[in-house]
Write a protein that binds this ligand. Structure first.
Ligand SMILES: Nc1ncnc2c1ncn2[C@@H]1O[C@H](COP(=O)(O)OP(=O)(O)OP(=O)(O)O)[C@@H](O)[C@H]1O
Length: 390
């Protein structure tokens, strides 16, 4: 909504009323540290901040320190080394990758200060009090879209100004006793991991790199074999197949379920902490995913024909239920572990020999088990395939 008037007195009255209202807001930021990723999407983040956001912060009397990053992980390193007493929060001007970078910095900083061993997958993390605001300026902006309902810099700036707060679930991704990453939106193995890996090689194509890599990855129809074990979320956390999207309970003590285990050949294994919607898919990967219920929706896409996989993918951009297929399983879980089955080079050699005589009969097996995929963690690649997520 835009108000406009040529009457000076009325304009002044409106401004005064807004200022008064802001004055009464108890928890709103007065001082912010802003990080701008100049290479996000079509390299317009600096302009978006300068022309759309900075004037609003100025009107709201928010003082800012602005840093245009020089390299990947500049913001994360800065957060780890900075004294935050004078800031009420940090703002990320960029996409999901940039948000993830700031989030890694904020969580790592909080845990280190609290003496928590980051590499211990069983450690209970300390709560982060420093808030992160997102001004969408990236290619996908899924976290912003899933939390505010749109991807619009001005809307996000207004949310920040009035001090809106939306808690988010974050999961830790470990390999044995090493922390790999924290993830707040998508953890995708197979299809989404391969798309990202391919798209990273073609960053010069900007946002369209995802479309091109998506088509290439789809045509490869690569299957990945492995074992997945997961602990279901119990209590009133709802189900990923709920049609009702209203908020559910969050994790409560004593909420323990047994581990389930299954193995198979997967086209995709996706963990969604939020619905992961974006302009590409207004429903998202997990349309009923909740924002802070302490659970993650685990979507397993089993081996199926290319045609059926295309139907599943196509439903993400329509209002049809993309989870309603016999080859798609979905669980709301507290944690999961994945172990890829990858053949050794000796096994591959043996298989090749065998295939010479049974080439036609075994042709379908060509894609299975030769190599593992990588994980796409909020738009960042995680190379180890065997992970524990909590
Ligand atoms: N100055 C910089 N030079 C190069 N890379 C940077 C710089 N600053 C940040 N980065 C990195 O750029 C990566 C991508 O940034 P970002 O997520 O903002 O844009 P995007 O990939 O276009 O958007 P999305 O993640 O929403 O698709 C992030 O991983 C971030 O760490």
């Amino acid at each position: 909504v835009t108000f406009s008037t040529s009457v000076r007195a009325l304009h002044h009255q409106w401004m005064q009323t807004i200022e008064d209202q802001l004055h009464y807001k108890a928890v709103r930021p007065h001082s912010l540290l802003v990080f701008i990723n100049p290479v996000a999407a079509i390299q317009q983040a600096v302009d978006i901040y300068q022309f759309k956001v900075a004037p609003l912060f100025k009107l709201a009397k928010i003082t800012t320190v602005v840093i245009v990053t020089d390299y990947a992980n500049h913001a994360r390193d800065y957060i780890l080394a900075t004294d935050f007493h004078k800031y009420d929060g940090v703002v990320c001007v960029g996409g999901d990758g940039m948000f993830s970078e700031l989030m890694q910095g904020v969580i790592r900083r909080t845990q280190t200060k609290a003496g928590v061993d980051l590499n211990n997958p069983k450690a209970r993390l300390a709560k982060c009090h420093l808030r992160i605001g997102i001004i969408p300026a990236g290619s996908t902006n899924s976290v912003c879209y899933s939390t505010t309902g749109v991807s619009d810099p001005v809307t996000s700036a207004l949310h920040i100004i009035v001090g809106d707060c939306q808690p988010l679930d974050v999961c830790s991704v470990h390999q044995r006793n090493t922390l790999l990453k924290y993830s707040a939106s998508l953890l995708g193995y197979g299809f989404f991991g391969d798309i990202l890996k391919d798209a990273e090689r073609a960053r010069w194509l900007r946002a369209s790199r995802y479309d091109l890599s998506g088509i290439k990855t789809f045509l490869k129809h690569q299957l990945y074999e492995g074992n997945i074990s997961f602990r279901l979320a119990t209590g009133r956390v709802g189900s990923p197949r709920d049609k009702c999207r209203s908020q559910t309970d969050s994790f409560s003590a004593g909420d323990e379920a047994n581990w389930n285990e299954l193995e198979g050949k997967f086209l995709a294994i996706n963990g969604a902490c939020i619905s992961c919607c974006s302009f590409r898919s207004s429903q998202g990967l997990s349309p009923s995913g909740h924002l802070a219920n302490g659970a993650l929706d685990l979507i397993l896409v089993h081996k199926c024909s290319k045609f059926n996989f295309l139907r599943h993918l196509f439903r993400h951009v329509t209002n049809n239920d993309q989870l309603d297929f016999p080859f798609v399983e979905v669980y709301r879980v507290r944690e999961f572990k994945f172990l890829p089955y990858v053949m050794s080079s000796r096994e591959i050699a043996l298989k090749k020999q065998k295939r010479k005589s049974h080439f036609r009969r075994n042709i379908w097996r060509r894609n299975v088990g030769r190599k593992s995929s990588s994980w796409n963690s909020d738009g960042e690649l995680i190379m180890p395939a065997a992970i524990e997520v909590k």
